[in-house]
Write a protein that binds this ligand. Sequence first.
Ligand code: FE2
Ligand code: FE2
Length: 311
Amino acid sequence: MAVASGVKDREVTAERLLAASAKHSFDPLKDIDWAAPLLPDTYFIAEERCTLYGTRTWDRMSGRQRIDLSRHEVASTASVGIWFEVILMQLLIRHAYDQDMTSRHVQYAFTEIADECRHSTMFGRMIEKFEAPNYGPGKHAHELGRVMKTIGFGIQTFAAALIAEEILDTAQREMMQDVTIQPLVRGVARIHVIEEARHVRYAREEVVRRAPRLNRAEMAFSRLVIARSAHVIARHLIHPGVYAAVGLDPKLARAEARANPHHHETLRAWARRLVAFFEENDLMAGPGLALWRRSGLVAPDYRPPAKALAV
Ligand SMILES: [Fe+2]
Ligand SMILES: [Fe+2]
């Protein structure tokens, strides 16, 4: 009975999401003025969100170097966004393969895949406009992503979607309102935030429906896969090549960024909503907690609330 009503709810949600998509979707190739020049002397993300902000190296950098670093960091995050969207598209296609193709639930999955195709095109254009390389997440994460997109399923699909979508969404909500940064970044963030709000709703409801149906072993395995995904995504948002691009030693600068309390605060601020949601659904527990702590998305002494520990 609970499953039947869950499926009905699922159709109601999908119907609403389809209606919202029909009303409010974008074509970034037409809706963004790609020919407009970038503004001179203007950051690409708020300077306090740069990974080196507040460090000794930051103090020594010129204004030009700082702005260039912000350009490369936004490009790196966008390239990791594309990497993740490509994984998600495949996970969603594989999810749909086993479902009723006439259901609104599957039709929304197809709509979301179409959104992600346009987003990845938009991010690719933005990286090109920034004259930055396609940094990507690095070789190791690239191969882990290949495994995830090939065998990930069920709750893992939707929880992994939320990790990337919620972190990026929180970051982009700040960007779209920040009138001091490049208008192109604000415009891209605005389109992504509006369309991703629907994806977040779709994935959250699926996690809420699926979590209570997992047996002990499935729950333990899912928590670990989710923790590993969070660790990989968070640790690879910024490619060390961004530091080399502005004349810094990539190894030293990355170590400094990873020890930077300002950067820790940024990661935790961007992950707060996601972590609260996983806590509510008992997904923050078990051996994966060590990965969460190392990811920087929670404090190094993080402990989930008692409810999550009880299971
Ligand atoms: Fe997207
Ligand atoms: Fe999405």
